[in-house]
Ligand binder design. Structure first.
Ligand code: MLT
Ligand code: MN
Length: 306
């Protein structure tokens, strides 16, 4: 199984278009200690022929341009794409807006929970993906979920603690802005003879059930949005904590560094990294701390073979 990181940053990319905080400034200034990143997405393939894209980021056109594996096959029909399916793990803008770039009547299958599919249905702009060309398939995440066979890969969905998309938050609902089960899922992906990949770009809380599920995984790509729960507030670029945005921080009590400290996962990789997260700066203390704890930091174009 081949995993290609198309985009390793959180919503808005790194740097975000209007962000002038210190890290983003380094990125604008093309400082060698930081590498710009596009928005959260990976592609997975059993053998390199057909690919599934997990989350369709607003940067998908740029991501395809940077990935020959995802480009039309030389000698193929006038319109062709090795992208056979797209799976969504939530309905956030950084994960669905790229669907609008996948038009031109190219057949593929679109998988998401019934709740996320209903959001797409209610926004008629997504009808650019004509129903007779792009089949929409509801993903079951009940326990035990029936694994889906997608392009030679076995895909199993499971609910994780998350959040309703920002644009659907109920402003009157206080701390619980209308989030329901099925708003955010994680994926377990395997194929014959390969290791097991878990992809969880958004997760608000790490409980015992999740730790048990991941315990002996070969590879985990996990929510690395913020290093500190309050970093966006402290930098003056936002009013919300990481947890309030649906993202457990890396550091601190209940953070992912501590929570996965005892796990036997072979490769642990942070992905969906926000423009404020200090692990983005090579040589920084937070970067060294996560690497010392056995974590890798995803970058655009990173390839993992399992
Ligand atoms: C998130 O991951 O929290 C979202 O991408 C935030 C957003 O909608 O920009
Ligand atoms: Mn996001």
């Amino acid at each position: 199984m081949i995993v290609k990181v198309l985009g390793s940053s959180a919503g808005g990319g790194f740097p975000q278009w209007n962000c002038n905080a210190a890290l983003s400034r380094l990125a604008w200034d093309r400082d060698d200690r930081v590498a710009a990143r596009t928005q959260s997405s990976i592609a997975v393939s059993a053998e390199g022929d057909g690919w599934i894209v997990i989350n369709a980021s607003p940067d998908i056109r740029q991501q395809i341009a940077a990935a020959p594996e995802l480009q039309p096959r030389r000698g193929g029909p006038a319109r062709n794409s090795p992208i056979e399916a797209v799976i969504l793990t939530n309905g956030d803008v950084d994960h669905v807006a790229g669907l609008l770039s996948l038009r031109e009547r190219q057949p593929f299958r679109l998988y998401a929970t019934a709740r996320i599919l209903s959001i797409l249905e209610q926004n008629s702009i997504f009808d650019v993906l004509a129903a007779d060309v792009v089949e929409r398939i509801a993903v079951d995440f009940d326990e035990p979920a029936a694994p889906l066979e997608v392009s030679g890969l076995d895909v199993e969905a499971f609910p994780v603690s998350g959040k309703v998309p920002l644009y659907l938050e109920d402003q009157n609902a206080g701390a619980a802005p209308g989030t329901q089960i099925g708003d955010t899922i994680g994926l377990k992906i395997t194929s014959t003879g390969s290791g097991t990949l878990f992809y969880i770009p958004g997760c608000a809380f790490i409980g015992g059930d999740l730790l048990g599920r991941l315990h002996r995984a070969d590879c985990l790509l996990f929510d690395g949005t913020v290093f500190t729960d309050t970093e966006m507030i402290e930098l003056g670029v936002g009013q919300k904590t990481g947890r309030r945005m649906g993202h457990v921080p890396i550091s601190g009590e209940g953070g992912s560094l501590h929570a996965f400290g005892e796990s036997a996962i072979t490769r642990k990789v942070y992905i969906h990294i926000n423009t404020t997260n200090p692990i983005l700066k090579s040589g920084s203390e937070p970067e060294q701390a996560v690497e010392a704890a056995g974590w890798e930091i995803a970058f655009d174009g990173m390839t993992i073979e399992l």
